[in-house]
Design a protein around this ligand. Structure first.
Ligand code: MG
Length: 122
């Protein structure tokens, strides 16, 4: 079973994503911010892909992405950025920093499934 690390400062959004992913057969690990996400990674928790919120306190999505990509074991893990507004500048920066895909909130199960498939996690 593949594990998706869901990183979002909103517990409600993490729960909503969990409800989308679990029926698809994914295991879900949750992190409330970038620091928790890095803790999960450093503790050796399984991560087959990351859904990463852009706007978060403490460590935002872009900073988290750069930290993730700087770790050798995470250099290739698929990362899908989740953003609330259509900020091309942020999306472009995220793609340049190594994000594979992005989705706009609010999203439904169809788009989440499609994006995960497009990054090779089906
Ligand atoms: Mg947020």
């Amino acid at each position: 079973m593949k594990t998706i690390l869901v990183v979002d400062d909103s517990a409600l959004i993490r729960k909503a994503i969990r409800r989308i992913l679990e029926p698809m057969g994914f295991q879900v690990a949750e992190a409330g911010n970038g620091i928790e996400a890095l803790d999960h990674i450093e503790s050796g928790g399984p991560v087959d892909a990351i859904l990463l919120d852009v706007e978060m306190p403490q460590m935002d999505g872009l900073s988290t992405l750069r930290e993730v990509r700087s770790r050798a074991e995470m250099a290739q893990v698929p990362v899908v950025m989740c953003t609330t507004h259509n900020s091309m500048a942020t999306i472009t920066a995220a793609i340049q920093a190594g994000a594979n895909e992005y989705i706009m909130k609010p999203f439904d199960s169809g788009i989440v499934g499609t994006k995960l498939q497009s990054v090779g996690v089906g």
